[in-house]
Design a protein around this ligand. Structure first.
Ligand code: GLU
Length: 297
């Protein structure tokens, strides 16, 4: 796929409404918008509100802040909580095909279990993969809670193409599709929603680069095309840690729209401090490859 051929496709920004967007999140949203618009794509917003620690008032402020800095979107924002049926349908499809299985392990058991020599910490060691009916019944009785559902992966790595990182190969394990509390897992929801919305360009923070191989692999299993990825550097505080609310005046309410846009433009090397102007200057080849160290004005 060439980047110029995105006319029918879409890019997106998908915030989790757990806390107000900070300047680093806004900068990632601007980049997602610039990548989409510069390639003729539609731009979509998706509120990733599956988790209990997400809040409707935060989502409303996130959308208002995105609009305030000039980000436009082409369809009403989608809310993952409204999509339970589509996640359930995909989980059923995978179960029926024998590509998902019940898992009774606690996090502690997973960390304590022996794992393959090259498997990273936290990768699922496959404990529940081959249980028979009797073993499942006894594990279910012993844990006293419903099982999680995991993907039965038939490989341990997968390669994606990233516009900033090139070819990137990362771990695929039997990752969770549905948590024991019934909540669809992030990796499943992202893939189902991007596929369902025709998203073919995923621009987001590079903290999620290591999730891309799992997601692209699941997309391939579901017969969905792999999106083009661009995992962009995060904003860090003066100590080099991920920018967070405790770093002080990092939200739009404190910074104000003109200063926020100026700071984002400066961080990307643009003279224009509005989105149409940044779009005219946008060149993915010239994007900074290093984290942005944010210092309050
Ligand atoms: N909701 C995720 C976050 O806020 C982003 C998911 C994605 O872009 O795939 O970190």
């Amino acid at each position: 796929m060439t980047e110029a051929s995105g006319a029918a496709g879409a890019g997106r920004f998908a915030p989790s409404p757990s806390a107000d967007l900070h300047i680093g999140n806004l900068r990632t949203a601007v980049l997602a918008w610039l990548f989409a618009r510069s390639t003729g794509r539609r731009f979509l917003l998706r509120v990733e509100d599956l988790d209990d620690r997400t809040f409707p008032d935060v989502a409303a402020r996130q959308l208002a802040d995105l609009a305030a800095i000039g980000i436009s979107w082409d369809e009403p924002p989608q809310y993952q909580r409204a999509h339970a049926d589509r996640y359930d349908a995909v989980v059923e499809q995978l179960l029926t095909a024998g590509m998902a299985y019940e898992c009774y392990c606690s996090r502690r058991e997973i960390l304590a279990a022996p794992r393959a020599p090259h498997a990273p910490e936290g990768a699922y060691p496959g404990t529940c993969r081959e249980l028979d009916d009797a073993q499942r019944a006894s594990r279910r009785a012993a844990t006293g809670r419903p099982p999680a559902l995991r993907l039965r992966a038939d490989r341990d790595e997968f390669t994606v193409t990233d516009l900033l990182h090139g070819s990137y190969t990362g771990v695929v394990d039997d990752f969770v599709l549905r948590r024991f509390d019934g909540v669809p897992a992030y990796n499943l929801a992202v893939v189902v929603d991007d596929g369902g919305s025709g998203v073919d360009q995923v621009v987001r923070g590079d903290d999620l680069l290591s999730s891309a191989p799992r997601q692209a692999y699941l997309a391939a299993l579901l017969g969905l095309p792999a999106p083009v990825y661009a995992h962009v550097p995060l904003a860090l505080n003066a100590e080099g840690k991920r920018l967070a609310k405790r770093d002080g005046a990092v939200g739009l309410a404190e910074i104000g729209v003109p200063t926020a846009l100026r700071q984002i433009a400066d961080s990307l090397g643009y003279t224009a401090a509005d989105l149409p102007g940044m779009l005219a200057e946008f060149d993915p080849a010239r994007l900074p490859r290093q984290p942005w160290i944010f210092r309050p004005a």
